[in-house]
Design a protein around this ligand. Structure first.
Ligand code: E4P
Length: 214
């Protein structure tokens, strides 16, 4: 499973890229708003830092208008994957995008049926939102498991991107479920490095090294 950052903060992308573990980035209109930066500028800067897919989301309602946005986004950088909403118009656009060779990420997926529809429309990847399902007391990870199983049974090539990740346990479960990608906030990615025994072990080694004969 590749590790993606879910952010529009360029410094976070730069740092995660420096660790050598960054497989891609997802953005959304809320994250862009929070960054306080211009959408196009931010997306291009991110693309230049990452060797992998960078999702940029369309905001139109009609398929034709979504496609106008999509065709423009893909001129910005070769890493761009266009995020389309899980709607009828969105699927029209995904199907057209697929014909034009534009990579797509279907966002706001909450059921295996939505994922199947998106895959059949020609989506490159689908994004089940785990945390938002957990927030309403449903089992978000079960949806990821079922999507992975269905895609496996029918040999569907659409990738599964576990999204709306809230904590490291989500990452572990997504990996065990067989998700292809998992996109997470920077804070969650940093937590993946941590264990109290790692810290305690390092402290002890440093103390003992100070006393050792060199
Ligand atoms: C995915 O591409 C979305 O940007 C994201 O994971 C949404 O997560 P949230 O539920 O934390 O907003």
């Amino acid at each position: 499973m590749k590790l993606f950052l879910d952010t529009a903060i360029v410094d976070e992308v730069r740092e995660a890229a420096s660790w050598g573990i960054l497989g891609g980035v997802t953005t959304n209109p809320t994250l862009v708003m929070k960054s306080g930066r211009k959408f196009k500028e931010v997306v291009i800067e991110i693309c230049n830092l990452v060797d992998g897919p960078v999702s940029a989301e369309v905001t139109s309602e009609k398929a034709e208008d979504m496609m106008k946005e999509a065709r423009e986004f893909v001129t910005w950088h070769e890493n761009i994957v266009v995020k389309f909403p899980m709607t009828e118009e969105g699927m029209k656009a995904v199907s057209q995008a697929s014909k034009e060779g534009i990579k797509s990420n279907v966002t706001l997926v909450f059921t295996p049926n939505q994922a199947l529809v998106a895959a059949r429309a020609g989506a490159t990847m689908v994004s089940p939102f785990v945390g938002r399902l957990d927030d309403i007391k449903e089992d978000g990870m079960q949806v990821v498991r079922e999507i992975v199983e269905i895609f496996c049974i029918y040999e569907i090539e659409t990738k599964v991107l576990a999204a709306s990740i809230r904590h490291p346990e989500h990452v572990r479960q997504a990996a065990l479920a067989g998700a292809d990608y998992c996109t997470m906030p920077f804070s969650v990615m940093k937590e993946l490095f941590k264990h109290p025994l790692t810290d305690a072990g390092l402290k002890k080694f440093a103390e003992d090294w100070a006393k050792a004969k060199k």
